[in-house]
Ligand binder design. Structure first.
Ligand code: SF4
Length: 241
């Protein structure tokens, strides 16, 4: 695959739109090889350590052993998520996995905005605890990686391998766009990867504990996120400020 260095300023279109996702990883490994070859250390993976995240970590480790991986640590994650991160650090010791915290501690946020901001103004809470920290993390990076899949939701259906990210004025690379939920779990099981134990308890998509609930057996994979609130995304994958 050939494509020059694509940046936010010169982006025209995804050069890999015609890439046939007919290999074992549905194009993911080829995209990762291209991305790390093109961007080197100027690419960051913002990992949520969900099921897709574990797959992507494992694929990245095959391509870039010292890849920079960031977890947006809101301070409101389930204990199982932190346990998983520790297991992943042990399994892939050469990866540079770091936790990025928001400027405001939870106590400072409560003092400034009142208690349980996530119930009253979840967009504001996500901005403080996720979006702004990612903005800070991506300063100096040309591109970032995400585990988005087209199948996940209608808002992700048009995601390409290489995307112009207006929100963070960056290039967003999504190697797993063609993966199904079944593909993700087949890969995890076949490769005996660690995963968040909450997945076995009805949580397909796992975020902060105040905003994540289990879903019915046949429920949409993101049905349990911000349930009861008019919100489906944390703001990392939308264009508005
Ligand atoms: Fe706050 Fe919920 Fe967003 Fe976490 S997911 S940052 S608790 S609103």
């Amino acid at each position: 695959m050939e494509a020059g260095l694509i940046t936010y300023d010169n982006f025209v279109d995804d050069p890999f739109q015609t890439l046939q996702p007919d290999d074992e990883t549905k194009g993911a490994l080829n995209i990762l090889k291209w991305a790390y070859d093109a961007y080197g250390d100027s690419i960051i993976y913002a990992c949520s350590f969900g099921a897709e995240g574990i797959v992507l970590v494992d694929l990245i480790a095959k391509v870039k052993q010292d890849a920079d991986i960031v977890f947006l640590d809101t301070g409101l994650h389930f204990p199982e998520t932190y346990e998983l991160i520790n297991k992943v650090k042990e399994k892939y010791p050469s990866l540079r996995i770091r936790l990025k915290e928001p400027d405001l501690t939870l106590d400072e946020q409560r003092e400034k905005y009142g208690s349980a901001l996530w119930k009253r103004q979840p967009d504001q809470c996500c901005y403080i605890r996720k979006v702004k920290p990612l903005e800070e993390t991506l300063q100096g990076a040309v591109a970032w990686l995400s585990g988005l899949r087209r199948e996940q939701s209608p808002t992700r259906r048009n995601t390409n391998f290489i995307n112009k990210d207006e929100r963070f004025q960056s290039i967003k690379i999504c190697p797993l766009i063609y993966w199904t939920w079944e593909d993700v779990w087949n890969y995890i099981r076949e490769n005996n990867l660690p995963y968040n134990e909450l997945h076995d308890q009805g949580y397909p998509s796992i975020g902060c504990f105040p905003c994540t609930s289990p879903v019915s057996k046949d429920g949409d994979s993101r049905e349990g996120r911000w349930s009861g609130l008019n919100k489906t995304e944390c703001g990392l994958h939308t264009t508005g400020k």
